[in-house]
Design a protein around this ligand. Structure first.
Ligand code: DQA
Length: 146
């Protein structure tokens, strides 16, 4: 299976950025751990982070007919980007939405997601563990559907 993990804007600042909310681990550390888990179960895992909406859209387009499943933390674009939502729908790749923090316990503008109603599932407020659980669930799902 080919899995793609996508992280949106400001997530490259993890570890430095509001550590009381987002934790002390850097994105590289989180993704290295995730790669090890993926290797152990023979899943090909690619990771892409960008602060640019257009770059994220282009990366999703490249995944068309190549990637089996996407795990995405759209970060602030969660609450703003119809374009990123449409990109995911246009490639027709199933995806899980991940948020490190419990967005529902934060400012009202974070309560709405342009992704949740078209996601296969969402892992919210579990910190970095959300990515690992999403990976495990994705592998489980793919093994049962292939
Ligand atoms: C986030 C939550 C978003 O509201 C915020 O803009 C982020 C990170 C999270 O992982 O908790 O950048 O997606």
């Amino acid at each position: 299976f080919k899995l793609l993990v996508i992280n949106g804007p400001n997530l490259n600042m993890l570890g430095k950025r509001e550590p009381e909310k987002y934790g002390s681990q850097s994105l590289d550390e989180i993704m290295d751990e995730l790669s090890q888990v993926a290797n152990a179960v023979n899943v090909e895992l690619a990771h892409y982070q960008s602060n640019s909406e257009s770059a994220l859209i282009e990366r999703i387009h490249q995944a068309w007919q190549v990637v089996d499943f996407i795990i995405i933390n759209p970060a602030a674009y969660t609450h703003t980007s119809i374009a990123l939502r449409d990109a995911l729908l246009s490639v027709n790749i199933p995806f899980y939405e991940v948020h490190l923090t419990n967005v529902h316990a934060r400012e009202p503008f974070r309560h709405h997601s342009y992704f949740s109603d078209v996601a296969e599932g969402a892992l919210i407020g579990l910190g970095a563990m959300g990515y690992r659980m999403a990976l495990e669930a994705a592998v489980n799902r793919l093994q049962n559907t292939h």
